[in-house]
Design a protein around this ligand. Structure first.
Ligand SMILES: NC(=O)c1ccc[n+]([C@@H]2O[C@H](COP(=O)([O-])OP(=O)(O)OC[C@H]3O[C@@H](n4cnc5c(N)ncnc54)[C@H](OP(=O)(O)O)[C@@H]3O)[C@@H](O)[C@H]2O)c1
Length: 274
């Protein structure tokens, strides 16, 4: 564990699959002692089982007074854990739901409107501490709970706080699903590299470090993506030749990205009504 922002809060995780395990891994590396964690999952992730085999000593006392309850089950399993959630009500617990498409008022209908409830939307790069997590708190979350939660969430990346829950459909379409769009770009660029005569390994190594390097430049440069792009595009050069096609108004990437991401946001809206 590094010494940065340690947090001494007791956390229950209900449902510790892929996403919650990525979060737990980050906490163990950065800010939370295993003795502060209790996991409630009849069949947790392979990662957690392996960690336990290696001697990870998380808390096994279900009856302690938890400060935070992270809900990491699939949205369709929410009804199965209603009773467990209800048992934690009126105990000054902050409930943190990562369930895609499940609105705060649905959680309130289970545990009560007077409970502190936070909806978050993390994303997969949390696994390597480079996630970005959207946050929406209900009115019952007090400043101290909010401050400690920020430390917990910043253990695995950046955070963006929202005052309107309605923006979560856009968030889901941008940062929730976003890593998959970049994975697709990596696949396509590798495929084209192979078609141009590179071996798969050569193409993939070039592609993955290009995406990593370009991503780091976007994050670390004072210039925005448009300026960065313009700076590497000489008139009549090779990049220009590709961008003319990619930026074609009729059938270029702008149109494809716009309709694809709007479709994801629409689907998120539909799922939250189910
Ligand atoms: N993966 C992502 O990139 C991502 C991003 C943002 C948000 N999320 C959200 O995170 C949540 C979890 O997603 P995931 O990909 O991590 O799914 P997952 O790997 O299937 O994890 C869910 C875990 O909950 C367990 N579970 C099911 N019923 C339970 C119960 N009654 N009590 C306790 N644990 C129970 C599951 O066990 P079984 O395997 O036995 O069912 C599984 O280990 C979802 O709500 C999703 O919307 C995921």
């Amino acid at each position: 564990m590094t010494a940065e922002k340690q947090i001494n809060k007791l956390i229950k995780i209900i449902g510790c699959g892929k996403m919650a395990s990525a979060i737990l891994d980050a906490w163990l590396k950065k800010s939370v002692s295993p003795q502060n964690i209790y996991v409630d999952d009849p069949k947790p992730s392979e990662w957690l089982l392996e960690k336990k085999k290696q001697g990870l000593n998380i808390n096994t006392n279900e009856d302690i007074l938890f400060d935070y309850c992270f809900i990491g089950v699939k949205p369709q399993s929410l009804d199965e854990i209603k009773v467990k959630l209800k048992l934690l009500s009126k105990k000054n617990v902050t409930f943190v739901s990562m369930l895609a498409g499940i609105k705060i008022n649905r959680i309130e209908s289970i545990i009560g409107k007077d409970e502190a409830i936070v909806r978050i939307m993390p994303n997969l790069p949390a696994e390597i501490l480079k996630g970005v997590t959207a946050i929406k708190e209900n009115e019952m979350v007090n400043p101290k709970q909010s401050e400690n939660l920020a430390i917990l969430l910043e253990a695995f990346g950046e955070t963006v706080k929202f005052s309107e829950e309605g923006k979560f459909d856009a968030v889901t379409a941008i940062s929730g699903s976003g890593p998959a769009y970049i994975f697709l770009i990596a696949e396509l660029m590798t495929e084209v590299g192979v078609n141009l005569g590179l071996s798969h390994d050569e193409a993939f190594k070039l592609v993955k470090h290009t995406i990593d390097g370009a991503g780091s430049l976007i994050v670390n440069s004072a210039l925005g993506p448009q300026k960065l792009r313009e700076n590497v595009t000489s008139p009549g050069g090779t990049t220009h030749e590709a961008l003319v096609i990619m930026m074609n108004k009729e059938n270029g990437l702008s149109k494809i990205f716009s309709s694809a991401i709007k479709a994801a946001a629409k689907r998120s809206k539909e799922l939250s009504k189910v």
